[in-house]
Design a protein around this ligand. Sequence first.
Ligand SMILES: [Ca+2]
Length: 335
Amino acid sequence: MCKAIRNKGIWKAAGLVALASLLLVLQTSAAASGQTASASAAKKCKKAKGKAVKKSARKHRRRCRKSGSGSTPGSPPFLKGLTRRWSDDASRSNPVESGRWDLYSCGRKDGQQATSTLVSDLVPGRFSPSSSGGPGNKPYYHFYAPSGDNQWTSGSAGRCELSYPVGDPGNAPPHAGPSNAYMFYEGRRAVTMFSVRLPSGWNVNAPGYRVIAQWKQNEWVNTGGISPALALEQRSGNWIMTSFGGPIVWSMPARAGSWVNFAFDITYSGNASNGRLKVYADTNNDGVYEYSSPTWTGRTLFQQNGTGVESAFFNGLYEGVGGDTIDKTDMSIWN
Ligand SMILES: [Ca+2]
């Protein structure tokens, strides 16, 4: 069964190459026009600052800061010198088919506990893109992970995630992940950003594990199925970052019902002396990241044969006791 699905994936991949080329052209021109807009916004900022009228300058400054999701002035300081390498602004109703991700890991209509490459395979309501209602009324994705939609974890677990194929253990070509993946490998530094909203009915104090995002080792390498090198979780009142499913290496209080923008500045290494994690948060969704954590030093990749096994970014919801929904948007990776 797995083999059949994988072969099907190869044919699909051929079609995706053509689609990806088209998307690349579109993205490049979109990026170019974005840069032009940012450049002109930057000019306006400069002008505003030069003016003697303080009130006006303040107004302009706020506007500039808010527009800052690019690498031009107005960006959060932690993006200085970095370029956006991958992004998904939740504007597509089929992010896998349109080449932003490789797999849906959500409940399937046919009841199989398997991943999908077509949104039409999924039970309606498991993965629901919304064209408005996100931060600034922009699009967002709604994930629903009821108990029993567990894919790989038996029992009461629930899962609905966007992810990448993890391949055949033992056959990992270096830095050559699936076509749409951005791989985190030994020595690489990258900032992963996304916006998340816990719905108002979400119990932030529940003690069980609820994984919000994963920086998960590529299982082309046989890791023995261990927990992700890094995972953002929510439990017992806090947002937490766990290391290989175990020690909590970072935490801050969590609140349900409103959008939070996160940025995770991570240096990837299987060597505990070289891995780094620093978390930034804009908890009131005003575009200003008012929170920054201390830098944690430790292992940020699974280590094997003296080096770090590459990781990829998984985003959605995976929890021990299923039944929750979650909203996500504005996912991006910079380096
Ligand atoms: Ca803020």
